[in-house]
Design a protein around this ligand. Structure first.
Ligand SMILES: Cc1cc2nc3c(=O)[nH]c(=O)nc-3n(C[C@H](O)[C@H](O)[C@H](O)COP(=O)(O)OP(=O)(O)OC[C@H]3O[C@@H](n4cnc5c(N)ncnc54)[C@H](O)[C@@H]3O)c2cc1C
Ligand code: FES
Length: 259
C-alpha cells in the first residue's frame, strides 16, 4: 500500500505522494515525456509538481509543469539540463517517484474568455498544452504560437484543440525562421497567455501592452520548498514581492514588466 501524506498549508491541501512511472520516453536530443500514476492528485492549467526520485544525493525536489492529465495519469515533459533531470530521465517503467502537488495558482481560466493566443517557447510549451485543452473545453477559440530553438516537439498535443498553430524555429527546418514573437498579432485576441524564456515573455508583454490586450505570464525561478514557506523564489512585482511557487507562477504581465 503506497503512502499518501497530506500537508494542510493554510486553507490549501497539498499532497505529497509516492507514485509509479508508467513510461519515460526520450522524444528529442534532450526532451523527455514521463507518465506517472495520478493517484487522484488535482491538476489544473499552468500548475506544477515538485518531483524527486533520489534520497540523499540531491536535497531539493525539482519543479515540472503538468503537460497533460487524464483520469489515471499525469504527464510531464522536461528538458535534461542538470543532475536532477538526469536522474528523472534515467527512470524506467515501474520505478518509484515522489510528487508534491499540484502547486501554484495556474492560469485563471474563469477570467479568460473569447479569442485566446497561447505563446510558448522551449519547455514553456508543455504547460500550454493542458491549458489549451481546458480553454477549448470551456468554449474559447485558441491559437497556439510555438517557438523552438531547433527541434520541434509537442505540436500534436495542440492540434485537436486549436484553430491555428504557428511555428517558428531559430535553427530548425520547420516553420518561420526567427522568433515566435515576430508572428504574434496581439490585437486579434481577447487575452494572451505565455510561458517560456523571460526575454520572450517580456516581448509578448510589450506587444500586448501596445495593443491593450491582457497578458498572463508563467514565471520560472529556482525553487526550494515549492509551497511558499522559504521565500526563496520571491520576485518583485508592482504589488510588492511575490512568491513564484505560491502566488504564481502565473502573473498578469502588467504586474511584472513596466512599460
Ligand atoms: C514552476 C516551474 C515549472 C517548470 N516546468 C518545467 C517543465 O515543464 N519542463 C522543464 O523542462 N522544465 C521546467 N521547469 C524548469 C526545471 O524545474 C529545471 O530545469 C530543473 O529544476 C533543473 O533541475 P536539474 O537538477 O536538472 O538542473 P540543475 O543542475 O539544478 O541546473 C542546471 C541548469 O538549469 C538551470 N535551471 C535550473 N532550474 C531552473 C529554473 N527553475 N529556471 C531556469 N533555469 C533553471 C540552472 O541555472 C543551470 O544552468 C520549471 C520550473 C519552474 C519554476
Ligand atoms: S520555493 Fe520556497 S517559497 Fe517558493
Amino acid at each position: 500500500m503506497r503512502s499518501l501524506t497530506r500537508y494542510i498549508i493554510k486553507q490549501h491541501i497539498v499532497k505529497y505522494f509516492e507514485s509509479t512511472v508508467e513510461s519515460n520516453i526520450q522524444i528529442t536530443d534532450d526532451i523527455y515525456v514521463m507518465t506517472v500514476l495520478r493517484h487522484e492528485a488535482k491538476a489544473s492549467a499552468g500548475q506544477f509538481f515538485m518531483l524527486k526520485c533520489w534520497d540523499k544525493e540531491l536535497t531539493l525536489m525539482r519543479p515540472i509543469s503538468v503537460y497533460q492529465a487524464s483520469e489515471e495519469h499525469l504527464l510531464f515533459m522536461y528538458r535534461l539540463v542538470g543532475e536532477g533531470t538526469r536522474k528523472l530521465a534515467a527512470l524506467k517503467n515501474g520505478d518509484s517517484i515522489s510528487l508534491l502537488g499540484a502547486l501554484g495558482n495556474g492560469y485563471p481560466l474563469d477570467q479568460i474568455h473569447g479569442r485566446i493566443a497561447v505563446v510558448g517557447g522551449g519547455v514553456g510549451i508543455p504547460p500550454l498544452s493542458l491549458t489549451t485543452k481546458m480553454l477549448q473545453a470551456q468554449g474559447e477559440t485558441v491559437d497556439a504560437y510555438l517557438g523552438y530553438r531547433d527541434e520541434i516537439f509537442a505540436v500534436e498535443a495542440f492540434e485537436p484543440y486549436c484553430r491555428d498553430i504557428f511555428i517558428s524555429s531559430e535553427k530548425g527546418p520547420e516553420g518561420y525562421r526567427g522568433f515566435i514573437t515576430d508572428l504574434l498579432k496581439a490585437e486579434q485576441y481577447d487575452a494572451v497567455l505565455t510561458c517560456g524564456p523571460e526575454v520572450m515573455m517580456r516581448k509578448v508583454a510589450q506587444i500586448c501592452s501596445e495593443k491593450n490586450v491582457t497578458c498572463w505570464c508563467s514565471m520560472e525561478h529556482r525553487m526550494a520548498c515549492g509551497i511558499g514557506a522559504c521565500l526563496g523564489c520571491s520576485i518583485p512585482t508592482t504589488e510588492g514581492m511575490r512568491r513564484v511557487c505560491k502566488d504564481g507562477p502565473v502573473f498578469l504581465a502588467s504586474h511584472l514588466f513596466q512599460k
